[in-house]
Design a protein around this ligand. Structure first.
Ligand code: CDP
Ligand code: MG
Length: 201
């Protein structure tokens, strides 16, 4: 088995994150936990690239629709539809506009439990209920009800892969092999090495 320290995840600072000058803030949150940045670039994606990104997982449309319906019901609100796929069709159309509105910063972060750690620091999809201390909880005040009312995406600053399988597909979708660096950070010795040798003088 490959050592857990090689797990990778894809993060995208979405156009609202770039426009709000939060690129550095987002990067610093993943850096300070001990993850390693192994690829980064700024691009304006095409609508086709965005649609392909969100439909890499054939279950994404159903799961996202169900999650949205639950988000409404947990607050005692009526969802716009009871059909998860109908909800996500609208979401996907909005996402194509949202993510092509301006430059985004795509990154690959590497380290133990990279996918789960990044999701934890990023926070839940809907900023209204994202935990305090997470990126989405600390920097955004958006909600499903407000974004649906205005027929637009929930603006939540960052995308982060939802699972290891999703991360593998998304990384291939955004980066070529040659854009990904293989290197060692000095701090990895303290984070991962079995013995803390070489500290004492
Ligand atoms: O980004 P995350 O994995 O947390 O959520 P998702 O369910 O995979 O949805 C992808 C993105 O679609 C979200 O980050 C939102 O920007 C957007 N979305 C939306 O605008 N309205 C919804 N009801 C659900 C998602
Ligand atoms: Mg997702």
């Amino acid at each position: 088995m490959e050592h857990p320290k090689y797990e990778q995840t894809l993060v995208i600072v979405k156009p609202d994150g770039v426009q709000r000058s939060l690129i550095g803030e987002v990067i610093s949150r993943y850096e300070r936990v001990g993850l390693k940045l192994v690829a980064i670039k700024m691009v304006i994606p095409t609508e086709a690239h965005v649609e392909a990104h969100y439909t890499l997982d054939p279950n994404w449309m159903r799961i996202t629709g169900e999650k949205t319906i639950k988000g409404y019901k947990d607050k005692g609100l009526l969802p716009p539809s009871e059909d998860p796929l109908e909800i996500t069709r609208v979401v996907l159309a909005s996402l194509k506009k949202y993510l092509t509105a301006g430059p985004v910063v795509a990154m690959i972060w590497e380290g133990a439990h990279a996918v789960k750690i990044v999701r934890k620091l990023t926070g839940g999809t809907e900023p209204l209920t994202s935990d305090v201390g997470t990126i989405r909880g600390d920097y955004v005040l958006d909600s499903y009800s407000m974004s649906d009312l205005d027929v637009r995406s929930v603006r939540n600053i960052v995308h982060a892969s939802g699972s290891v399988e999703e991360a593998e597909m998304e990384i291939k979708h955004w980066f070529t092999e040659t854009e990904i660096q293989k290197y060692r950070l000095i701090q990895e010795q303290i984070i991962y090495d079995v013995n803390l040798d070489g500290i004492k003088e």
